[in-house]
Design a protein around this ligand. Structure first.
Ligand code: HEC
Ligand code: HEC
Ligand code: HEC
Ligand code: HEC
Length: 187
């Protein structure tokens, strides 16, 4: 190929056009992906498979959905990570749910949830433990430092004491706060 030809005016234009098309396709693709990911992150999306489970009602009955401030914490606020890469990875793990949805007998029934609550809860807790309850910390930023005056004495003391421990002896939020939204079964 004659490289010099690339710098002829006509070739230059077609290269620029190609580059522009590339940029447009890239940008459109980027936003389409964002939209898809976003659409798959609403409560409705989660509840499309869990529609017969009491999970949403549990949120609404808890401090995370039933408080006087009118805040409803969304499923993904607690269950999906914030970083784009971690988010994609977790999504791919969540898409394993598609397989479960198609193969688990009677999955979308309250009976199934009641029967399997403990096992499912422990699976969910694994994720919180693996990242030191990062999703909780995303909202609750003043638990260990700069605690608000209004926080109860008991809570302050427990949080401070825990923060002073060696990192490997420290508990994470969900170790002490189980069943804050869904009922955590005793056994
Ligand atoms: C395609 C259907 C489907 C969708 C959509 C879905 N789930 Fe699930 N989910 C399942 C199935 C099936 C299981 C249990 C089977 C298993 O453990 O493989 C499950 C289990 C869970 C668990 C407990 C087990 C674990 O690994 O943590 C959590 C938490 C959960 N889902 C949250 C969510 C959230 C949050 C969303 C929305 C972002 C969501 N699900 C969307 C089908 C679905
Ligand atoms: C999207 C933001 C958000 C996320 C994520 C979140 N919280 Fe909360 N949390 C709140 C709000 C808002 C309140 C109510 C505050 C109030 O009443 O003053 C609350 C209240 C609480 C309370 C006190 C009420 C109760 O139920 O005992 C605890 C404990 C708590 N959260 C722990 C957690 C833990 C543990 C996680 C992670 C599993 C978490 N939160 C995730 C926003 C959030
Ligand atoms: C060592 C156990 C322990 C750990 C770890 C812990 N907490 Fe607590 N927390 C408590 C206790 C005990 C209370 C007081 C009783 C209650 O409200 O459940 C409390 C209270 C709270 C309250 C309510 C404060 C108030 O004044 O009403 C919130 C919110 C809270 N914790 C969030 C968190 C979050 C978020 C994390 C993780 C960053 C966390 N906690 C880690 C034990 C702990
Ligand atoms: C404030 C945080 C928070 C919100 C909001 C939340 N979850 Fe959870 N979820 C948890 C925690 C923490 C667990 C681990 C078990 C426990 O402590 O009860 C859990 C457990 C689960 C489980 C396993 C079964 C069980 O009951 O433990 C499923 C399924 C689930 N969540 C789905 C959902 C769906 C769907 C939504 C939205 C309608 C949602 N969650 C909203 C924090 C949350």
């Amino acid at each position: 190929m004659n490289w010099r030809a690339l710098f002829k005016p006509s070739a230059k234009i077609s290269i620029i056009v190609l580059l522009l098309i590339g940029v447009v396709v890239g940008v459109v693709g980027y936003f389409a992906t964002q939209q898809t990911l976003h659409a798959t992150s609403t409560d409705e999306f989660c509840m499309s498979c869990h529609s017969n489970h009491s999970l949403k009602d549990e949120v609404l009955a808890s401090a995370h959905g039933g408080g006087s401030a009118g805040i409803t914490v969304q499923c993904q606020d607690c269950h999906l990570p914030h970083g784009p890469v971690d988010y994609l990875i977790k999504k791919i793990i969540v898409s394993k749910d598609l397989y479960g949805f198609l193969t688990i007998d009677g999955f979308n029934t309250q009976e199934w949830l009641d029967e399997n609550r403990k096992e499912q809860a422990d699976l969910a807790l694994k994720y919180f433990r693996a990242n030191d309850s990062a999703n909780c910390r995303h909202c609750h930023t003043r638990i260990e430092e700069n605690q608000p005056e209004s926080m109860s004495k008991m809570a302050k003391r427990m949080h401070e004491r825990n923060a002073q421990k060696e990192p490997d002896k420290r508990k994470t939020c969900v170790d002490c706060h189980k069943g804050i939204v869904h009922p955590y079964p005793k056994k």
